[in-house]
Design a protein around this ligand. Structure first.
Ligand SMILES: [Zn+2]
Length: 376
């Protein structure tokens, strides 16, 4: 019994000591407040590593960012970066006085979470507001700053056909422009040419959305694949993944090998002026040194796709651009068009291009254009 009391007493003292040595409330708070910051830091490091050492795509990175949002306390100050040039205002509204602008990748201290799409920030010693959609926890990375290719380069010979492919049907080959990482290697811009061009350029990035062109191109291409299949075409995709490395000439050679009845290359445009917008298609000139005999067909395909795209989307019609500078066209021995769906350097069009609803309209228009080309 005595022993039992003694054990109890020892336990009691031990508990007292524990409580006495524990952190005070204020210390605890400091620790808690620090946590999101340090988690942020390690998350950011992870992302940097991810970008440099793995082939993780942007989609995955955004998911990680979303998870972080819920971990940030109300009054926490965190570092954010402007995705693009964006206005700084005195009030959380476009009616607020314009105090200035952030440039792309400019660092800013955000105060708490965004409310109704507006982020409170510290700006030149004052409180100000920026539309939250234009801020990101990571800097916009140009693809050229990414390191080494991770994926082995493949050729037309390595691409395979879908199991249910019927060569007797109308064959449409879709090339979702670009790929997860650019290939800065060079290749002739046409058979036997001494002019060398980059095998696969980086493509552009949405000035408002921060979405990489290769991501948008594939999103639309996959929808187009489904729509054309539903309309009875034999559809073959150059890529259904970002994690691939195939040059523009090899993409064309694959379309040649399949005897494609139409080769549709999906891209988005960009330019230095943010006000420029609209859709255009591209084909070779009537004097192309490699495939002039396909000019008529390619021009018709380009006209059909452009006109129906405009009809379906209401986009501003630019023109069919005839040029012999595109390797992915010069290497073609089949009718080809490049569709530049819109300008990712125009904030409104960039956002439009990245909505489900507009993508459905684009796909409807492209498919209608292909139907029209084949007289269906
Ligand atoms: Zn492109």
């Amino acid at each position: 019994m005595k022993k039992y009391v003694r054990v109890l007493a020892v336990l009691l003292v031990f508990m007292l000591v524990l409580t006495g040595c524990g952190p005070t409330n204020s210390q605890k708070n400091t620790e808690d407040n620090k946590n999101p910051q340090s988690e942020m830091q390690s998350e950011q490091n992870k992302e940097t590593e991810g970008t440099e050492n793995t082939t993780k795509d942007t989609q995955e990175q955004e998911t990680e960012e979303d998870t972080q949002d819920s971990q940030v306390d109300n009054e926490t100050e965190i570092k954010l970066y402007a995705k693009t040039k964006v206005n700084v205002r005195s009030l959380p509204s476009t009616n607020g006085e314009k105090l200035g602008a952030l440039s792309m990748n400019q660092e800013v201290i955000a105060l708490g979470e965004a409310v109704d799409g507006w982020q409170k920030i510290r700006y030149e010693g004052d409180i100000a507001y920026v539309s939250a959609q234009y801020l990101s926890k990571t800097k916009v990375q140009s693809q050229s700053s990414q390191t080494q290719m991770q994926v082995d380069e493949i050729t037309a010979e390595d691409l395979t056909l879908p199991a249910d492919f019927d060569p007797d049907g109308i064959v449409v080959v879709i090339d979702a422009g670009h790929q997860g990482k650019m290939n800065s290697g060079k290749e002739p811009d046409g058979p036997g040419s001494t002019t060398m061009k980059t095998k696969v350029s980086a493509g552009t990035t949405g000035c408002a959305t921060g979405v990489n062109e290769y991501v948008l191109n594939l999103e639309v291409s996959l929808k187009l694949r489904d729509e054309l299949k539903a309309r009875g075409y034999q559809v073959v995709m150059i890529r259904e993944d970002h994690n691939i490395n195939i040059s523009n000439s090899e993409r064309a050679k694959f379309a040649n090998k399949l005897g494609a009845d139409a080769f549709i290359r999906i891209h988005a445009n960009s330019t230095t002026s943010s006000s420029v917008k609209g859709v255009e298609t591209i084909c070779q000139t009537a004097n192309n040194p490699y495939n002039a005999s396909l000019y008529q067909a390619s021009r018709k395909l380009s006209d059909c796709v452009l006109d129906e795209f405009v009809k379906s989307t209401g986009a501003k019609k630019r023109h069919v651009w005839e040029t012999d500078t595109m390797s992915g066209i010069n290497w073609c021995q089949v009718p080809v068009t490049i569709l530049e769906m819109g300008f990712m350097s125009n904030p409104e069009e960039d956002q439009l291009l990245n909505t489900e609803e507009y993508q459905d309209k684009m796909v409807e228009g492209i498919a209608n254009g292909i139907d029209k080309y084949f007289g269906r």
